[in-house]
Design a protein around this ligand. Structure first.
Ligand code: ATP
Length: 326
C-alpha cells in the first residue's frame, strides 16, 4: 500500500460569518505517520479533518496531499478512506457487501473484489463473518467492518473521526492496539481525531493539540506530555501542578514529586485526599501556604499507606519542571 504526506498551509474556516472554527492552521504530516488532532469539544478538530477530506472548503489556505494541491478537488476524487464514530454501515447488506461497496463503485472486476474483500476482512480479523448483517455484530466488530470498508480501496490516506468513541473502555483499548498495529503494517498515513488524551498518547506518532481553532503544540506523545509549551497543553494532557516562580509559570507532573520526611522538605503539608487508582494513588497535599499539590504515589505491590491527615514532605528536581509560555 502507498502512503502520502499531507500539508495544511495556513488553512482557515469560518461558519456563518462569525464562528472562526479553524484559524490559520499549518500542519506537516509525514507519509505513513499516525497523526492525531487532539483537543476539547469545539476546538476545530473535525473541521480540520473535513477540509482534508474535502467536505469543507477552506476560506483561505491550501491543502496538499502527496505534493499535489487538492484544495479544489471534490471529495470523490481525493482517494481517502474515512471512518467515523457512527459506523454508517448499510444495515440490510452483508458484511462482505458492505466492504465491497467502494470497489463496486470503482467497477473493479468481480473476482478481484472477492479477493480484496477477503483480504480486508482478514486484516481486521473478521474472516468468517462475510454473510452476517451489521445488526448481528458487536459494536467493535461493526467498527472493524467500517475499517475494512475504508481500507479495501487501499487509500494512501485514512481519516478517522473519533472512530472508537462509541465503544466501551475495554473494547476501545483493544481496538486502539489493533488499529495502530494495522496502520503500521499497511503503512497508510492516518489522521485521527480524538478528544481523549490517553488515546492520543497511546496511539500517535505525533499529536497536534488544538485550542480555539489554533494549533497550540505539535510533538511526539512524550514531547507533549513531558514538555508542554503552554498552560493549556499542560492542563489538557493529564494531571499537572502549575507553580508560580517569580512572574513565570512552571509545570510539574504529579509523578515527578517524591514523598519525603516533612522536616527539611522543599514543601511540607497534609494529605487532603487520597484517590486509589489501582497502579497508583493520586494524593492532594495542602501545604501551609499556597495552592494544593497533586502527587502520584506509584506502587508496584501493596496499596499505598498515605491517608488523609498524614503529614508529608514533598521533593522534586528542578530539571523535572517545565517553564510555560502562558
Ligand atoms: P467535537 O470534539 O465536539 O466534535 P471539534 O473540535 O471537532 O469538536 P468542530 O466540529 O471542528 O470542533 O467545530 C469547531 C467550531 O465550529 C465549533 O464552534 C462548532 O460549533 C463550529 N461549527 C462546526 N461545523 C459547523 C457548521 N456546519 N455550521 C456552523 N458552525 C459549525
Amino acid at each position: 500500500m502507498t502512503s502520502a504526506a499531507i500539508k495544511l498551509d495556513r488553512v482557515s474556516k469560518t461558519f456563518d460569518g462569525r464562528v472562526l472554527a479553524v484559524d490559520s492552521v499549518t500542519l506537516d504530516i509525514a507519509a505513513g505517520e499516525f497523526f492525531s488532532l487532539l483537543g476539547p469539544s469545539g476546538c476545530g478538530k473535525t473541521t480540520s479533518l473535513r477540509m482534508i477530506a474535502g467536505f469543507e472548503h477552506p476560506d483561505s489556505g491550501r491543502v496538499h496531499v502527496g505534493g499535489n494541491d487538492i484544495t479544489d478537488l471534490p471529495v470523490h476524487r481525493r482517494d481517502m478512506g474515512m471512518v467515523f464514530q457512527s459506523y454508517a454501515l448499510f444495515p440490510h447488506r452483508t458484511v462482505a457487501e458492505n466492504v465491497a461497496f467502494g470497489l463496486r463503485m470503482r467497477e473493479v472486476p468481480k473476482p478481484e473484489i472477492e479477493r480484496r474483500v477477503a483480504a480486508a476482512l482478514a486484516q481486521v480479523a473478521l474472516t468468517g463473518f462475510e454473510t452476517r448483517k451489521p445488526g448481528q455484530l458487536s459494536g467493535g466488530q461493526q467498527q472493524r467492518v467500517a475499517l475494512a470498508r475504508a481500507l479495501v480501496v487501499e487509500p494512501p490516506v485514512l481519516l478517522c473521526d473519533e472512530p472508537l468513541g462509541a465503544l466501551d473502555r475495554k473494547l476501545r483499548q483493544q481496538m486502539q492496539f489493533e488499529l495502530k498495529e494495522l496502520q503500521k503494517r499497511l503503512g497508510v498515513t492516518l489522521v485521527f481525531v480524538t478528544h481523549d488524551q490517553e488515546e492520543a498518547l497511546a496511539m500517535s506518532d505525533r499529536i497536534a493539540v488544538m485550542n480555539r481553532g489554533k494549533v497550540e503544540q505539535v510533538g511526539t506523545p512524550t514531547e507533549i506530555y513531558e514538555r508542554p509549551r503552554t498552560r493549556f497543553v499542560a492542563d489538557f494532557i493529564g494531571e499537572i501542578n502549575i507553580l508560580e516562580v517569580g512572574s513565570s509559570l512552571t509545570a510539574l507532573r504529579p509523578e515527578k514529586i517524591r514523598l519525603v520526611a516533612p522536616a527539611g522538605a522543599r514543601l511540607a503539608g497534609t494529605v487532603e485526599t487520597a484517590n486509589y487508582l489501582g497502579g497508583s494513588t493520586l494524593l492532594r497535599v495542602r501545604p501551609a501556604t499556597g495552592p494544593s499539590m497533586l502527587v502520584r504515589e506509584t506502587h508496584a505491590g501493596e496499596r499505598a499507606s498515605r491517608m488523609p491527615g498524614d503529614a508529608v514532605g514533598l521533593a522534586w528536581n528542578d530539571t523535572d519542571t517545565v517553564s510555560l509560555e502562558g
